[in-house]
Write a protein that binds this ligand. Structure first.
Ligand SMILES: [Mg+2]
Length: 145
């Protein structure tokens, strides 16, 4: 039997406007909620803004990484003359800035991000075919805010 997010514990239904329908908690339609600050996801405008920035920068990294795959690192836009390598570094920096903002605000713990990065380096090592040397440990590579 499927349960809605509120009943599963993703949102406590005593904090989210709505009503019970049998065993199911049905969140109120947003248009009927008087307190407009109480969204079902309980994100503050600041949290939502940081997530939007993170998503935007992830998209920009994907975009320029695809350009590198298609045209190479040294290819550049004919008007700007900025190489794909430079653009990728810029977008990776932008993404890192979004991550730093989220860590500083307490959206995620910086130590958790570092821990998961180390775990990934260790786990992915056996599935990479072209990366020389050991990837893990990566001590000394953590500088994010
Ligand atoms: Mg950017």
């Amino acid at each position: 039997m499927a349960e809605c997010a509120a009943v599963r514990g993703l949102g406590r239904h005593d904090e989210v406007p709505g009503s019970m329908d049998g065993n199911y908690y049905v969140p109120a339609h947003p248009a009927t909620i008087k307190d407009k600050t109480m969204a079902f996801n309980k994100l503050s405008p600041a949290q939502a803004e940081r997530l939007a920035l993170l998503i935007e920068e992830c998209g920009e990294v994907v975009h320029i990484a695809c350009k590198v795959l298609r045209h190479g690192y040294e290819s550049c836009h004919p008007q700007s003359r900025v190489t794909n390598r430079e653009e990728l570094a810029k977008e990776m920096g932008d993404l890192r800035a979004a991550m730093i903002l989220m860590c500083r605000a307490g959206d995620v713990e910086k130590e958790d991000v570092h821990h998961h990065a180390d775990d990934k380096l260790e786990a992915v090592q056996e599935y990479l075919h072209h990366q020389p040397g050991r990837l893990f440990p990566s001590a000394g590579e953590h500088h994010a805010g």
